[in-house]
Each structure stands twice: as C-alpha cells, then as structure tokens.
Design a protein around this ligand. Structure first.
Ligand code: ZN
Length: 230
C-alpha cells in the first residue's frame, strides 16, 4: 500500500499541483480541463476530476494502480478522496504502451485548432524530433472513454505525443518536467505550422533530415555526459 508520507509520492503530489498551476498560467488549459500524472513505482499519482487548479492541494491528488484500482480509498490523509481524472484510462494506456514516467494532457488552443482541421502535424521545424517526429491526429472519441485511450495509443505510432481530434493533446516524458516541456513545445509547433500555412503549403523536413537531427542530438547528449532520456 502506498502511504501519503512516502517521499517519492509526496514529491509527485507537490509537482502535480505546481505543474497544474502552470498549465493554466501558460494557457495550455482553462478551468479544471486537462490533467497530469506521474508514475511512482507500480502506482500512478494523477490530478483529480473537476477540481480547479488554483484550489488543488497535494492531498487532492489521487493514486491508482496501473490496472486502474484505487490505492487511496481513504483519501491518503484519512479524508474523503477526490475522484481521479476522467482521462485516467488514457493515462494508464500510455503507461502500459510506453516507457513513460509522466503524462500531460492539455486542451491547448493551437493544438485544438489543428486537431479540428488537419490529419497530422508535419515536420515544419526540426524541434519536432524531440517528440519523436511528425505527429498523427487520433480519430475523435468521447472524452474519458476506453475508445479514446485506445485511439490515442494507436496514433502515438512510436512518438512521444499524440493529437486528439476536436479535443487536445497527450504528451509523455521521463519525468513531469520533460513531459510538460514537450506539451509547451507541441503548442509552439502547432502555432508555427499555422503561421507557415499563411504563406502557402510549407516545405517539410524529410525523414533523412530528421534522422540527421536526432543523431546529432544523441551525439551531443552523450558528449555532455547526461544520461539518455526516453
Ligand atoms: Zn481532455
């Protein structure tokens, strides 16, 4: 059983509250929309459903097993527990399908606009290699459904982010800071793509060009002595 006083879990709860506030401040979601989670061993700490970010406390963060079972039936601190995010099935599906240690789901406006209008985010800038390459838009499914979770995983297609039609984005990383950074990057790329379209159909980078960028990034990372990240 996971106790609210475990150090790693306490850190995860605090980080989820902090990045939830940033989600609003950075315009990646409004109200209580969007959600974030962190994997702690065999458990997932995830933001609660329907709690506005400014009101969210560390004790409100929910804890579920990788199979969706609640692990904090007593609310962690003995109080009444909040309900885990409605998109918990999608977060768990991403953990099951990838090496993710943190997942961020946003309703960021540039991504939403793209999701309603396009089938993919093409490689109009080499920074898309940080997301694994050009991204697909997953077919529309109702929020919170197992069908949405399955569609998201299918359209991930080996990338570290996926766009959800008429909905938003899901991004993962080796920790919450990296997943969040990638969500910001994805919003920036979607905006740059929209601006590029204003000039006409943009030139996109080839697979060979993207592979060259990825290889150079790996080389520089190894040269720096920093460990590789998923
Ligand atoms: Zn959503």
């Amino acid at each position: 059983m996971y106790r609210s006083d475990s150090g790693e879990l306490a850190t995860a709860r605090a980080e989820l509250v902090r990045y939830g506030d940033r989600l609003l401040a950075d315009g990646l979601s409004v109200g209580s929309a969007g959600n974030l989670s962190v994997r702690v061993g065999d458990a997932v700490a995830i933001t609660p459903s329907g709690v506005p970010y400014p009101d969210m406390t560390a004790a409100a963060i929910c804890l579920v097993a990788l199979d969706g079972r609640r692990l904090d039936a007593d609310g962690g601190d003995g109080g009444q527990p909040e309900t885990p995010s409605s998109e918990t099935p999608m977060h768990l599906a991403i953990y099951a399908a990838t090496g993710a240690a943190a997942v961020v789901h946003t309703h960021s406006p540039e991504v939403v606009a793209l999701s309603a209008s396009r089938r993919e985010l093409p490689a109009i800038h080499y920074a898309v290699t940080e997301l694994g390459g050009p991204l697909l838009v997953a077919p529309y499914q109702r929020f919170g459904s197992d069908q949405l979770a399955a569609a998201a995983v299918t359209a991930l297609n080996g990338r570290r982010a996926v766009i959800l039609r008429n909905h938003g984005a899901v991004v993962y990383g080796a920790d919450l800071a990296q997943a969040y950074h990638r969500a910001v990057l994805l919003e920036w790329l979607a905006r740059a793509y929209r601006l590029a379209l204003a000039y006409g159909e943009p030139v996109v980078l080839s697979e060979a060009q993207l592979e060259e960028v990825a290889a150079e990034s790996r080389r520089r990372r190894y040269g720096s002595g920093r460990p590789p990240r998923s």
